[in-house]
Design a protein around this ligand. Structure first.
Ligand code: URA
Length: 190
Protein backbone atom coordinates (compact mmCIF):
# COMPACT_ATOMS: atom_id res chain seq x y z
CA UNK A 1 0.00 0.00 0.00
CA UNK A 2 1.03 3.57 -0.42
CA UNK A 3 1.71 5.52 2.78
CA UNK A 4 -0.77 8.33 2.14
CA UNK A 5 -3.52 5.76 1.53
CA UNK A 6 -2.54 3.81 4.65
CA UNK A 7 -2.72 6.96 6.75
CA UNK A 8 -6.10 7.86 5.29
CA UNK A 9 -7.34 4.33 5.95
CA UNK A 10 -6.24 4.56 9.58
CA UNK A 11 -8.06 7.87 10.06
CA UNK A 12 -11.16 6.55 8.33
CA UNK A 13 -11.43 3.47 10.60
CA UNK A 14 -12.82 5.58 13.45
CA UNK A 15 -15.35 7.46 11.32
CA UNK A 16 -18.82 8.01 12.76
CA UNK A 17 -19.79 10.90 10.51
CA UNK A 18 -23.16 9.24 9.80
CA UNK A 19 -25.36 6.65 11.55
CA UNK A 20 -23.96 3.79 9.43
CA UNK A 21 -20.79 4.05 11.52
CA UNK A 22 -22.75 2.62 14.47
CA UNK A 23 -24.20 -0.40 12.67
CA UNK A 24 -21.25 -1.58 10.59
CA UNK A 25 -19.28 -4.72 11.41
CA UNK A 26 -16.23 -3.58 9.44
CA UNK A 27 -15.52 -0.40 7.56
CA UNK A 28 -14.88 -1.13 3.87
CA UNK A 29 -12.21 1.34 2.84
CA UNK A 30 -11.01 0.09 -0.55
CA UNK A 31 -8.99 -2.60 -2.28
CA UNK A 32 -6.45 -2.93 -5.05
CA UNK A 33 -3.57 -0.82 -6.26
CA UNK A 34 -3.50 2.83 -5.12
CA UNK A 35 -0.83 3.54 -7.74
CA UNK A 36 -3.19 2.77 -10.60
CA UNK A 37 -4.73 5.02 -13.23
CA UNK A 38 -8.13 3.30 -13.15
CA UNK A 39 -10.58 3.53 -10.24
CA UNK A 40 -13.87 1.61 -9.95
CA UNK A 41 -16.51 3.01 -7.59
CA UNK A 42 -19.51 1.02 -6.36
CA UNK A 43 -22.36 1.96 -4.07
CA UNK A 44 -21.73 0.57 -0.62
CA UNK A 45 -20.83 -2.63 1.20
CA UNK A 46 -23.25 -5.56 1.30
CA UNK A 47 -23.35 -8.34 3.88
CA UNK A 48 -20.15 -10.14 2.88
CA UNK A 49 -18.22 -6.91 2.46
CA UNK A 50 -19.36 -5.73 5.91
CA UNK A 51 -18.16 -9.01 7.43
CA UNK A 52 -14.81 -9.09 5.62
CA UNK A 53 -13.98 -5.39 5.31
CA UNK A 54 -13.19 -5.76 1.58
CA UNK A 55 -15.27 -4.30 -1.29
CA UNK A 56 -17.02 -6.55 -3.79
CA UNK A 57 -16.40 -9.98 -2.27
CA UNK A 58 -19.98 -11.31 -2.50
CA UNK A 59 -21.82 -12.49 -5.63
CA UNK A 60 -21.69 -9.07 -7.25
CA UNK A 61 -17.98 -9.02 -6.51
CA UNK A 62 -17.41 -12.31 -8.31
CA UNK A 63 -19.14 -10.85 -11.32
CA UNK A 64 -17.02 -7.68 -11.06
CA UNK A 65 -13.89 -9.88 -11.06
CA UNK A 66 -15.19 -11.59 -14.23
CA UNK A 67 -15.87 -8.19 -15.80
CA UNK A 68 -12.31 -7.09 -15.01
CA UNK A 69 -11.02 -10.27 -16.62
CA UNK A 70 -12.99 -9.45 -19.77
CA UNK A 71 -10.97 -6.26 -20.12
CA UNK A 72 -7.71 -8.09 -19.32
CA UNK A 73 -7.40 -6.59 -15.83
CA UNK A 74 -7.67 -7.77 -12.25
CA UNK A 75 -7.86 -6.29 -8.75
CA UNK A 76 -4.10 -5.96 -8.45
CA UNK A 77 -4.07 -3.47 -11.35
CA UNK A 78 -7.01 -1.22 -10.43
CA UNK A 79 -8.44 0.30 -7.24
CA UNK A 80 -11.96 -0.45 -6.03
CA UNK A 81 -13.93 1.70 -3.58
CA UNK A 82 -17.51 2.64 -2.79
CA UNK A 83 -19.55 5.82 -2.33
CA UNK A 84 -20.27 4.83 1.29
CA UNK A 85 -17.80 2.81 3.37
CA UNK A 86 -20.27 1.24 5.80
CA UNK A 87 -23.11 -1.12 5.03
CA UNK A 88 -26.60 0.39 4.84
CA UNK A 89 -28.96 -1.88 6.83
CA UNK A 90 -30.68 -4.53 4.67
CA UNK A 91 -28.68 -3.28 1.67
CA UNK A 92 -30.98 -0.28 1.17
CA UNK A 93 -29.70 2.61 -0.97
CA UNK A 94 -27.40 4.92 0.98
CA UNK A 95 -29.33 8.09 1.92
CA UNK A 96 -28.25 11.46 0.50
CA UNK A 97 -26.96 12.54 3.96
CA UNK A 98 -24.93 9.34 4.28
CA UNK A 99 -23.44 9.85 0.81
CA UNK A 100 -22.61 13.48 1.66
CA UNK A 101 -21.00 12.48 4.95
CA UNK A 102 -18.87 9.77 3.34
CA UNK A 103 -17.85 11.43 0.06
CA UNK A 104 -14.94 13.43 1.53
CA UNK A 105 -13.16 10.11 2.20
CA UNK A 106 -13.56 8.99 -1.41
CA UNK A 107 -12.49 12.44 -2.62
CA UNK A 108 -9.28 12.11 -0.62
CA UNK A 109 -8.72 8.62 -2.07
CA UNK A 110 -9.19 10.10 -5.55
CA UNK A 111 -6.64 12.85 -4.73
CA UNK A 112 -4.10 10.21 -3.65
CA UNK A 113 -4.67 7.85 -6.58
CA UNK A 114 -5.07 10.66 -9.13
CA UNK A 115 -6.66 8.27 -11.67
CA UNK A 116 -7.11 9.21 -15.30
CA UNK A 117 -10.24 7.06 -15.54
CA UNK A 118 -13.07 6.47 -13.05
CA UNK A 119 -15.69 3.81 -13.75
CA UNK A 120 -18.94 4.28 -11.81
CA UNK A 121 -20.66 1.01 -11.00
CA UNK A 122 -24.36 1.84 -11.09
CA UNK A 123 -26.64 4.79 -10.54
CA UNK A 124 -25.59 5.77 -7.02
CA UNK A 125 -21.93 6.21 -8.00
CA UNK A 126 -22.85 7.96 -11.25
CA UNK A 127 -25.22 10.46 -9.60
CA UNK A 128 -22.60 11.16 -6.92
CA UNK A 129 -19.58 11.55 -9.22
CA UNK A 130 -20.84 12.47 -12.73
CA UNK A 131 -24.04 14.47 -12.32
CA UNK A 132 -26.97 14.59 -9.95
CA UNK A 133 -29.43 13.92 -12.79
CA UNK A 134 -27.52 11.02 -14.31
CA UNK A 135 -29.81 8.41 -15.92
CA UNK A 136 -28.07 5.06 -15.95
CA UNK A 137 -30.39 3.47 -18.54
CA UNK A 138 -29.77 6.28 -21.03
CA UNK A 139 -26.24 7.40 -20.20
CA UNK A 140 -24.31 4.22 -19.36
CA UNK A 141 -21.34 3.76 -21.67
CA UNK A 142 -20.83 7.50 -22.30
CA UNK A 143 -17.68 9.34 -21.30
CA UNK A 144 -17.84 12.51 -19.22
CA UNK A 145 -14.95 14.86 -18.46
CA UNK A 146 -15.06 15.80 -14.78
CA UNK A 147 -12.23 17.65 -13.00
CA UNK A 148 -9.73 16.61 -15.65
CA UNK A 149 -10.63 12.91 -15.48
CA UNK A 150 -12.60 10.60 -17.80
CA UNK A 151 -15.67 9.13 -16.11
CA UNK A 152 -18.05 6.49 -17.43
CA UNK A 153 -20.85 4.54 -15.74
CA UNK A 154 -21.91 0.97 -16.35
CA UNK A 155 -24.72 -1.05 -14.78
CA UNK A 156 -23.96 -2.22 -11.26
CA UNK A 157 -22.95 -5.91 -11.14
CA UNK A 158 -25.94 -6.59 -8.83
CA UNK A 159 -28.25 -5.19 -11.52
CA UNK A 160 -26.61 -7.55 -14.03
CA UNK A 161 -27.25 -10.48 -11.67
CA UNK A 162 -30.93 -9.51 -11.36
CA UNK A 163 -31.49 -8.72 -15.02
CA UNK A 164 -29.39 -10.61 -17.57
CA UNK A 165 -31.00 -8.58 -20.38
CA UNK A 166 -28.67 -5.74 -19.33
CA UNK A 167 -25.54 -7.78 -19.99
CA UNK A 168 -25.10 -7.23 -23.77
CA UNK A 169 -25.01 -3.44 -23.26
CA UNK A 170 -22.43 -3.95 -20.54
CA UNK A 171 -20.20 -6.05 -22.84
CA UNK A 172 -20.23 -3.14 -25.27
CA UNK A 173 -19.44 -0.68 -22.46
CA UNK A 174 -16.58 -2.86 -21.23
CA UNK A 175 -15.03 -2.93 -24.70
CA UNK A 176 -15.26 0.86 -24.79
CA UNK A 177 -13.59 1.05 -21.37
CA UNK A 178 -10.77 -1.24 -22.50
CA UNK A 179 -10.08 0.83 -25.58
CA UNK A 180 -9.98 4.10 -23.58
CA UNK A 181 -7.65 2.53 -21.00
CA UNK A 182 -5.37 1.37 -23.82
CA UNK A 183 -5.38 4.88 -25.25
CA UNK A 184 -4.87 6.88 -22.03
CA UNK A 185 -3.10 4.37 -19.79
CA UNK A 186 -1.11 1.99 -22.01
CA UNK A 187 1.02 1.02 -18.97
CA UNK A 188 -2.03 -0.84 -17.60
CA UNK A 189 -1.50 -3.47 -20.28
CA UNK A 190 2.24 -3.94 -20.10
N1 URA B 1 -21.94 -3.64 -4.00
C1 URA B 1 -21.28 -2.46 -3.95
O1 URA B 1 -21.72 -1.47 -4.50
N2 URA B 1 -20.15 -2.43 -3.31
C2 URA B 1 -19.61 -3.48 -2.72
O2 URA B 1 -18.54 -3.35 -2.15
C3 URA B 1 -20.31 -4.70 -2.79
C4 URA B 1 -21.48 -4.76 -3.42
Amino acid sequence: MNTAMEELNTRCLGCEACPLGKTRTKLVFGDGNPDTNVLFVGEGPGEQEDLQGIPFVGRAGQLLDDMLKMIDLDRSRVYIANIVKCRPPHNRDPQPEEREACLPWLRQQIDIIDPKIIICLGRIAATSLISENFRITRQHGQWFDVDGRRLLAIYHPSALLRDVAKRPDTFTDLREIRSEIRRLCPEMYT
